[in-house]
Ligand binder design. Sequence first.
Ligand SMILES: Cc1cc2nc3c(=O)[nH]c(=O)nc-3n(C[C@H](O)[C@H](O)[C@H](O)COP(=O)(O)OP(=O)(O)OC[C@H]3O[C@@H](n4cnc5c(N)ncnc54)[C@H](O)[C@@H]3O)c2cc1C
Length: 645
Amino acid sequence: MSDRSDRPLSDRALGMHRNITRRDFLNGVALTAGAAMMPWHLFAAGDIDPEKSPDYYPPARTGLRGSHAGSFDAAHSLRDGTFWDAAGAPQDTGETYDLVIVGGGISGLSAAHFYRKTAGANARILILDNHDDFGGHAKRNEFQVGKRTLLGYGGTYSIESPEPYSAVAKGVIEELGIEVSSFPKYLDRDLYGSIGRVPKIFFDKETFGSDKLVDDPCPFPGGETYDLAVAGPDAWAHFLAEAPIAEQARKDVSRLCREKKNYLPGLTADQQEARLARISYAHFLTEMAGVHADVIRLYQAISQPLFGVGIEAVAALDAAETGYPGFSGMDVGPEGLSNERKYFFHFPDGNASIARLLVRKLIPDAMPGNAVTDVVTARANYAKLDEKNSALRIRLNSTAVRVKHAGDPLKATEVEVAYARGGKVYTVRGKHTILACWNMMIPYLCEDLPEAQKEALAFATKVPLLYTNVLLRNSSAFQKLVANSVYAPGGYHTHVDLDLPVSIGEYRCSRTPDEPTVVHMSKSPCHAGRPARDQHTAGRIELYNTTFETMERKIREQLARTLGPGGFDPARDILAITVNRWPHGYAYEYSSLWDKFVLEGGETPCEKARKTFGRIAIANCDAGARAYTDEAINQAWRAVGELKS
Ligand SMILES: Cc1cc2nc3c(=O)[nH]c(=O)nc-3n(C[C@H](O)[C@H](O)[C@H](O)COP(=O)(O)OP(=O)(O)OC[C@H]3O[C@@H](n4cnc5c(N)ncnc54)[C@H](O)[C@@H]3O)c2cc1C
């Protein structure tokens, strides 16, 4: 990595010495400055309920978040077979519930909501989650600049799905008061256009021979920009003149994006689909569209935000259906819903607002306010989540480690759930249990499950992702460079976006270049050339083994090189960094390229995996092998419906 004078930027120039809210170190793992309040410190000091402290406020923590330190140790130790030796005998809390839910993501919260609707408001429900915050992947990042709060999404970005939302999922969204069709009211659609900011591509020296920011003439779905990813008026001229790739490659890009050509002439639509399902998008581009190798380098990462792998591991049919270039003259492609007709809503903290609205419904005292517009700025009261006298309790920092029927699974009237919290193990009992956690964890929890079901559950390994939010002093460099988003095929983070300008309730997004702003960066730690699931495994290990310090240096370098020509100074302009590390990110979605059963048919692993076992039902979006909020809700609905009466 180097600056424009070809010398590596020193740590000092990058601002690694700056006292931003970020890192301390514990066992080589970087923690935030807020780490002094991290639960394990409090647990260690003998505080059994850190959530009751008035300072307990996870959304404002910076540094390494997502699967944060302290959230996965018990689960990994269980996986490694070392947990029970070290744990000691569980202590019985004496607590009994109608329903114990493992997992406080949108699926677990929805399951509680559905159960209460049939069992009544007095039904006793306990939700356990291993993280210090609720919401699962739907996490909120807060930044404070003086008196102003700025928000970012730490995971789940929006209400949006390639499949239509089911009546059940829509029903929940409506019950929460979210009027999806009202989204345009909150979006300042013309803001970027009016200040002349457009999508860009950053060509890096290591991949393309020189560092250069060029207009993106044909921005693809997959970034986080809704319909604001509109190319600038001179984008094609700029790209064709300036992109540091072979002239033939530039022409090929123009042909792919602008010409309607059928690259499989003589085949029916079904035959085209069948052919494209069996080859990768990279193969399609090289062998059928005959593009120059530089086009592959340029497009390599366009699929990463959506699929978690590069174009060599994505089926050409999936690429066509997503709307990637090259298919407009063929009989395959996206359904082409216009944004007006799309079921889409983006809160400034993403679908964390859905999780927060669900919590408000379940435990009103924990989330002040009563409207969708005020939830965005509401400060959750974590002390209220787990109150002794409340019928519904959410217990954070608690990893379920064993879920077992009290007796014969076919006859038992209760399930015992053991969970680790603050270095100790406790048990509770429930008449029913819903596992709204991650499928691949379930075989370690439920030893009694049939082996074939355990195998099917274990198949659901997740897609690793990094969602980084960086608080900048202002966005003047974006303004000077006329950029609102940057695709960086060779970057550590491949996408750098200013969020959709959404103001809702009392929340005001950044509108002018001199205001502080949050820039969102995303990365899929993929390892091109291997089968998709092997890439995910390698990426997961990479994320667990990379220190925050390394990530911070890469973030600073990348922003310095991309925005430096616009006057950006990483040492001066970066005020805070929150890296949301998701080694277990998206639910794994089946691919015609890698999973034989997609083309051959038959029962899928998720169908085998989600079967209810005695009094234990399985929810979460792995149970539907779809990484979407609607699926998390659908599966919760199914699981609740399958509970034994
Ligand atoms: C970075 C990212 C971006 C995404 N963006 C979108 C998007 O824009 N739109 C969309 O629809 N979907 C998106 N998704 C998919 C997202 O996963 C779903 O939308 C949904 O939030 C999943 O909800 P869930 O409850 O099924 O799972 P999760 O959110 O994963 O919740 C499960 C919870 O169970 C916990 N858990 C696991 N094991 C245990 C245990 N043993 N004990 C206690 N707790 C346990 C987990 O830690 C987690 O907190 C995104 C996912 C990621 C990772």
